[in-house]
Design a protein around this ligand. Structure first.
Ligand SMILES: *[C@@H]1O[C@H](CO)[C@@H](O)[C@H](O)[C@H]1NC(C)=O
Ligand SMILES: *[C@@H]1O[C@H](CO)[C@@H](O)[C@H](O)[C@H]1NC(C)=O
Ligand SMILES: *[C@@H]1O[C@H](CO)[C@@H](O)[C@H](O)[C@H]1NC(C)=O
Ligand SMILES: *[C@@H]1O[C@H](CO)[C@@H](O)[C@H](O)[C@H]1NC(C)=O
Ligand SMILES: *[C@@H]1O[C@H](CO)[C@@H](O)[C@H](O)[C@H]1NC(C)=O
Ligand SMILES: *[C@@H]1O[C@H](CO)[C@@H](O)[C@H](O)[C@H]1NC(C)=O
Length: 930
């Protein structure tokens, strides 16, 4: 095969030799096989091309003239071919149509294509051809009709020879890198119907044709139906003769630097359907002659400097029609009855007049544009009200009147625009209420009314608009409460009501779980955790003080009204400080009481355990039946021998909601951690206690601190845990001084290990209830081990009040449902705590940080940063930028999802583990090697 191809190639390069071969080869087969040899065909589209065939007429993409069996058409559109177009095609002497569109061909366009005398259509669009368009191509063109080189990478000037190729009807050079000016004779191409030169780098003025004899050359162009010079750098005025191209249906001059007046002669273009003059420097007013362009369908004048009164003629107000008497003395334009006036542009679907300097009022009969779908008049200087007839625009999808000087109210007739998807009226002076009829616009996805003077309540009916995605009502004077039903809108992504006068409680659920505080800010009477303002009758969520403490304790929040008043006056940070003081006081009392109790019990049970120190501990009667019960799950009951250090204060490891923890050693030298429960008065009966503890003892997982045993007396309970040497995550994150902070890899590993441990607990139907960074220990190899799990089971009942008071040290980790009596507490409360922990690990910040006069809640901060697109800045600065953003950002997003206000919106821990494993970059292992 390879040999044969090389031979054929050789033949192709020596045509004289080919002619002498006997029997004669089929030149088309030869040419196509040579062509095929040059291209890459990854999808084997050309597999049917076999050089042993007599002719190529049955090959894919090939059509022959049935009389001569010579190739007439080669159409290989979208075959994923790449490589260069070699000389092989030059053998196809009778080809009429060559179409290689939508491939990946590279290289230059071969000038020799001009040798193919019969070629009528060449379509090389959507490839990667580069270099100039060869001048030869059009020099002796005898049959070329259609040329498209659109969407390639061609550069250089448009060849002058183009003007001489008088057979051309369609030229499409759009989306290349062509530069320079238009060839001067281009308007003499009298057969040209489509000329698309858009999105190039062309410049200069539109050539005047042959100066002085304009009409002659122009009349030749009358066949042209489509002229696009979009997206170049043409300058100067649009020549008047453009109005002579009578068949013009599409005129697109957008995105150039044309200036001056829009020529009156456009009014001659009675077939004109699409006129796009946007993004130029046109000035002056719109020519009234355009009222004659009755076929217009899309009209875009946006982004110019057009001035003058609003072009009322667009709506059929022929200035010749005498004003009706009821128009009033001011001469203000009022409605004509629809029967008396035909709209000029009955067909108009798109009208964009935005970003100009039009003044005056919107004509009252705007409703006559009964087929309009897109109407944009934003960023002008329009005054007056929004006409009621707007409700007659039954087909409108987008109505944008923003950034004008409109006043009055939003007419209730807006309810008639039943197809409306986007209503944008921001930055005007609209007053009055938001009409409830807006609920009839059931397709509405965007409602942008910000920066007006709207007052009154937000209509509940808005909650019926289930397609809503964006609602911006900020910077108005809205009052009343936020309808709870808004939380049910399933697609809502943005909801901004900041800077109004709304009051009452923020709804829960839906968008309100993830809303950023800035979206509801500056509504002084709005309350709820997001705005850090407690609602009357609702305890502030992060501060739940012990209900059992004495009532004269300074931090207690009693429900008596004078104290509630006091609470409102006190700043949150003051409250926290008082609360902390009360806690410490309580702790001291509890320890003292326990000590006293214990001393009492030791005196008659002779238990040798002591709380105050090792000195008064002498020998080991722990096996004495009266002294209490010691159980080691591992079957090693000889625990007492090493007990001399037991509960020695010097060995205290830390304190938590359920008690202090001490380090000691078993007789075999193995270290263990002993937790002395300080909740003894709350603990269940011995039987219940032992049953629960045994259950917890069975739970083993490499990321859980193993519970090894327990010690029970009625007044003292000890839990014996595996000892983990590396200290708590809290210490690693918040107390370690110096540059020795956790690396990203270590942090990710901690997050993942913690997630696995919780997933395991939940599989065993155990809720942790008390997840926080001080309960996550790090072992010597950097693996996280979660401790303190399931201890709430030891409490006589799962009372959320007791729970929240026991877990109050875990400020910021507590799921909101703890504060809500009607929501059942499930394992999803651990997911919440885990979400907070994720954010804590990634940012290195505590869940709640107290500033002088401010409380920063970590998840709100990250959520806000995410919305502002700068979430990367939240990552712990101690990492010094040494982290993969493609891991850190999704991990933070996961943390936010886990901290959803509504439990059912949080993923379960098994899902979390899966997600984390997906997030972890596959390249990480390689990085470690390096
Ligand atoms: C062209 O090549 C590029 C990169 O080589 C590829 O992404 C693209 O899909 C190809 N396009 C076609 C039409 O084959
Ligand atoms: C097009 O070709 C140029 C080289 O001529 C190459 O650098 C570029 O990647 C190609 N583009 C595509 C989309 O294949
Ligand atoms: C166009 O060509 C230039 C240089 O040949 C190349 O760098 C660039 O990637 C090409 N552009 C496209 C879109 O292929
Ligand atoms: C020119 O070609 C581009 C790309 O194939 C196409 O989108 C455009 O509609 C064509 N222009 C005309 C006037 O047909
Ligand atoms: C909103 O929907 C509810 C139930 O579908 C219906 O009862 C109510 O009338 C609707 N409100 C408006 C203003 O359409
Ligand atoms: C807002 O509305 C109140 C009455 O509801 C009115 O007193 C006040 O002047 C309004 N403020 C503005 C800025 O319009």
């Amino acid at each position: 095969m390879r040999k044969l191809l090389e031979f054929l190639l050789f033949l192709a390069l020596v045509p004289a030799f080919v002619r002498s071969v006997d029997p004669p080869l089929n030149y088309d087969v030869l040419g196509l096989i040579v062509f095929k040899a040059d291209v890459k065909d990854p999808e084997s589209k050309l597999v049917s091309w076999n050089e042993d065939d007599d002719n190529p007429c049955n090959w894919v993409g090939v059509r022959c003239n049935p009389r001569t069996n010579r190739v007439a058409e080669l159409v290989l559109d979208g075959f994923s071919l790449s490589g260069r177009v070699g000389r092989g095609l030059l053998q196809l002497k009778f080809i009429r149509k060559l179409s290689l569109s939508k491939n990946n061909f590279t290289g230059t366009i071969n000038p020799s294509l001009a040798q193919l005398d019969n070629l009528r259509i060449v379509d090389l669009s959507d490839n990667n051809f580069s270099g100039p368009i060869p001048n030869e191509l059009f020099q002796q063109c005898s049959s070329l009709r259609v040329v498209s080189f659109a969407r390639n990478n061609l550069s250089g000037e448009i060849p002058q020879s183009l003007s001489s190729c008088s057979t051309l009807t369609a030229v499409n050079f759009s989306s290349n890198q062509l530069s320079g000016s238009l060839p001067s004779g281009i308007w003499s191409l009298n057969g040209l119907r489509w000329l698309d030169l858009s999105d190039n780098l062309l410049e200069g003025e539109i050539p005047r044709g042959i100066e002085g004899s304009l009409p002659d050359s122009m009349q030749k162009l009358t066949m042209c139906t489509s002229l696009s010079l979009r997206g170049n750098s043409f300058v100067g005025e649009v020549p008047t003769w453009i109005g002579e191209i009578r068949n013009l249906q599409t005129l697109d001059l957008s995105g150039n630097r044309f200036s001056g007046q829009i020529p009156d002669s456009l009014g001659n273009l009675q077939s004109l359907e699409v006129l796009n003059l946007s993004g130029n420097g046109f000035s002056g007013s719109l020519p009234e002659s355009m009222i004659h362009c009755k076929a217009l369908y899309a009209l875009d004048f946006s982004g110019n400097s057009l001035t003058g009164n609003f072009p009322a003629w667009i709506f059929g107000l022929d200035m010749q029609v005498p004003m009706l008497p009821e128009n009033g003395p001011s001469g203000k334009i009022k409605d004509h009855s629809p029967s008396s006036v035909q709209p000029s542009f009955y067909n108009l679907h798109l009208l964009d007049l935005s970003d100009n300097a039009f003044s005056g009022e919107i004509p009252g009969n705007i409703g006559l544009l009964s087929n309009v779908q897109y109407l944009n008049m934003s960023r002008n200087s329009l005054v007056g009200g929004i006409p009621e007839s707007i409700g007659e625009l039954k087909t409108i999808n987008v109505l944008d009147l923003s950034d004008n000087l409109l006043n009055g109210s939003i007419p209730s007739d807006i309810g008639g625009t039943v197809s409306l998807k986007e209503l944008i009226l921001e930055k005007n002076f609209l007053a009055g209420k938001i009409p409830i009829q807006i609920a009839n616009c059931s397709s509405l996805t965007s409602l942008i009314l910000s920066r007006n003077n709207l007052s009154g309540p937000i209509p509940v009916a808005i909650a019926n608009l289930t397609n809503l995605q964006t609602v911006d009502l900020s910077l108005n004077n809205l009052t009343g409460t936020l309808p709870k039903q808004l939380a049910n809108l399933p697609h809502l992504l943005l909801f901004n009501v900041s800077h109004n006068h709304l009051q009452g409680e923020l709804p829960a659920g839906g968008i309100f779980n993830t809303i950023s505080p800035s979206s509801v800010s500056d509504n002084p009477s709005l309350c709820g955790s997001i705005v850090h303002r407690s609602c009357p009758g609702v305890l502030p969520k992060p501060i739940v003080l012990n209900p059992n403490s004495s009532s004269d304790s300074p931090g207690v929040l009693s429900s008596s009204s004078n104290l509630r008043h006091k609470r409102i006056i006190l700043s949150i940070s003051a409250l926290i400080a008082i609360g902390a003081a009360a806690l410490i006081a309580l702790g001291v009392i509890a320890v003292t009481v326990l000590n006293l109790q214990f001393r009492a019990s030791t005196s008659h049970s002779a238990a040798a355990l002591t709380l105050s120190g090792g000195d008064d501990f002498s020998h080991s009667p722990a096996t004495d039946a009266n002294s209490g019960k010691l159980v080691m799950f591992s079957g090693d009951p000889d625990f007492s021998a090493g007990a001399h250090a037991l509960l020695n204060k010097d060995c205290e490891l830390g304190r938590g909601g359920f008690g202090a923890v001490y380090q000691t050693f078993l007789r075999d030298g193995r270290p263990v951690a002993i937790k002395k429960l300080t909740v003894s008065s709350l603990v269940k009966s011995q039987d219940d206690f032992e049953r629960e503890i045994k259950k917890l003892g069975k739970i083993r997982h490499q990321n859980l601190v193993a519970l090894e045993g327990y010690y029970w007396t009625p007044s003292l309970q000890l839990l014996i845990y595996e000892f983990v040497s590396g200290g708590s995550l809290y210490k690693h994150l918040h107390e370690k001084a110096g540059g020795n902070s956790l690396s990203w890899h270590e942090r990710f590993n901690i997050i993942l290990g913690t997630a696995k441990s919780l997933a395991h607990l939940h599989r065993m139907n155990v809720i942790h209830y008390n997840l926080k960074s001080s309960n996550v220990l790090i072992d010597s190899s950097g693996e996280p081990k979660v401790g303190d799990f399931g201890l709430a089971r030891l409490l006589p009942m799962l009372d959320r009040y007791v729970l929240s008071s026991k877990i109050q040290s875990a400020l910021g980790y507590m799921a909101p449902e703890f504060a809500c009596r009607t929501v059942k507490i499930t394992e999803k409360c651990d997911v919440y705590g885990f979400g907070v922990l994720i954010l804590e690990v990634v940012t290195g910040k505590r869940p709640v940080e107290y500033m002088e006069d401010d409380v920063v809640v970590l998840c709100d901060m990250v959520r806000g940063a995410l919305e502002e697109g700068r979430v990367e800045e939240c990552v712990d600065g101690r990492l010094g930028g040494n982290f993969p953003a493609e891991e850190a950002i999704p991990v933070m997003k996961l943390g936010l999802v886990c901290t959803s206000q509504v439990p059912s919106n949080r993923p379960d821990m098994a899902e979390v583990v899966n997600i984390l494993e997906l997030i972890r970059c596959p390249s990480e292992g390689q990085e470690e090697l390096g």
